[in-house]
Write a protein that binds this ligand. Structure first.
Ligand SMILES: [Zn+2]
Length: 344
């Protein structure tokens, strides 16, 4: 099977030009102006962009969260991705409490078996180095094809790790060359603010954002950067949303430290105005870190332009409205955190 894509505007990491693309059996063999070749299928792409497949480095398919499970499994999530032009994604294995990393990886691979539509990889979310996984096992993960360790500095009582676990994982990463990824929010402080808000009778979705302020993200981002520096590990801060987190990343990168930042599509377009919508409508915009004040949109665009933030993901984490988002109808802290985006 051969395909000729004619007259499209081709964008690659390096170039931007109008040309034809010829592919045989899923491999591009020729790119040039006005190609004169016969093809089984000819597509007129004039006036359109022609891009390589996108890579989404941050998704959650078939993942347990807050007493429920994300609604997209590997098949439906990857099908959506393919329709949007994303041909590779990296999902998070979440180590169940008490489970070894091998058990966790087996469980996640079983979820994908026979359901894959596009290419995928895994990050390992380290939640427990006391009862389950060991440092030795963590060190072997790169040999299994998992070259990144993710740690949650938030979600107290669930996924959150203490600084000891964070730092020990960073030390292993410094040895193995794996990348340390952090969800950077101060979970202890957020836990206090959530309790105070609920005690004061604030149950609506807006309080999800108000109890997870930018300072909590900035503090955790800076803490992770300093600890990674101390351990000698490379660091990747996922889903950066605000000035308070962009600034320490910019400082670290200015110094030449091995620090990278990622943001997500939703943080360029959604804000506190969305989560404040009445009649529980704001629950659709409940994810963590939360939507921010609009003034952060420009901060993020500039950070992407200047390569302070180096990656854009979706943090795809989809829940149904009925029966999932509505779990938090009377208590914002029970709304499953996440929104869809993989087709973006
Ligand atoms: Zn995520």
């Amino acid at each position: 099977m051969s395909v000729l894509i004619k007259g499209g505007r081709i964008l690659t990491a390096a170039d931007d030009y109008v040309a034809d693309v010829y592919a045989e059996d899923e491999t591009i063999t020729l790119i040039g102006e006005s190609l004169d070749v016969a093809a089984d299928k000819v597509i007129d792409a004039s006036g359109k962009y022609v891009l390589p497949g996108c890579v989404d480095p941050h998704t959650h398919l078939d993942m347990p969260f807050g007493g429920t499970v994300t609604i997209d499994d590997v098949e439906s999530g990857q099908t959506a991705a393919a329709f949007g032009g994303t041909t590779t994604h990296v999902d998070f294995v979440i180590q169940p409490q008490g489970a070894t990393f091998a058990q966790a990886l087996d469980e996640w691979r079983a979820k994908a078996n026979g359901k894959q539509v596009i290419d995928m990889g895994y990050h390992m979310a380290v939640t427990d180095l006391k009862e389950g996984g060991t440092l030795e096992e963590l060190a072997q993960l790169p040999d299994e094809g998992v070259t990144s360790y993710k740690l949650f500095m938030a979600y107290k009582g669930a996924l959150m790790v203490d600084d000891e676990t964070l730092f020990r994982t960073m030390e292993v990463a410094a040895e193995t060359g794996a990348l340390v990824m952090v969800h950077a929010e101060n979970g202890d402080v957020i836990d206090v603010l959530v309790k105070q808000a609920l005690e004061a009778g604030h149950t609506e979705p807006l309080y999800h954002a108000l109890t997870r302020p930018p300072e909590a993200e900035g503090e955790a981002t800076n803490r992770a950067i300093q600890l990674a520096r101390l351990a000698g590990a490379p660091l990747y801060v996922v889903h950066v949303t605000c000035r308070e987190a962009v600034e320490p990343i910019a400082r670290a990168r200015d110094k030449g430290w091995e620090v990278w930042g990622e943001t997500c599509t939703q943080y360029f377009f959604n804000s506190l105005d969305d989560i404040a919508k009445p009649d529980f409508e704001g629950a659709k915009y409940v994810y963590s870190p939360p939507v921010r004040d609009k003034s952060n949109w420009d901060v993020l665009w500039n950070a992407v332009r200047t390569d302070t933030l180096s990656a854009i993901s979706t943090d795809h984490c989809a829940f149904l409205w009925d029966g999932q988002k509505t779990l938090g109808k009377d208590d914002f802290s029970k709304i499953p955190n996440g929104a869809p985006g993989l087709e973006n």
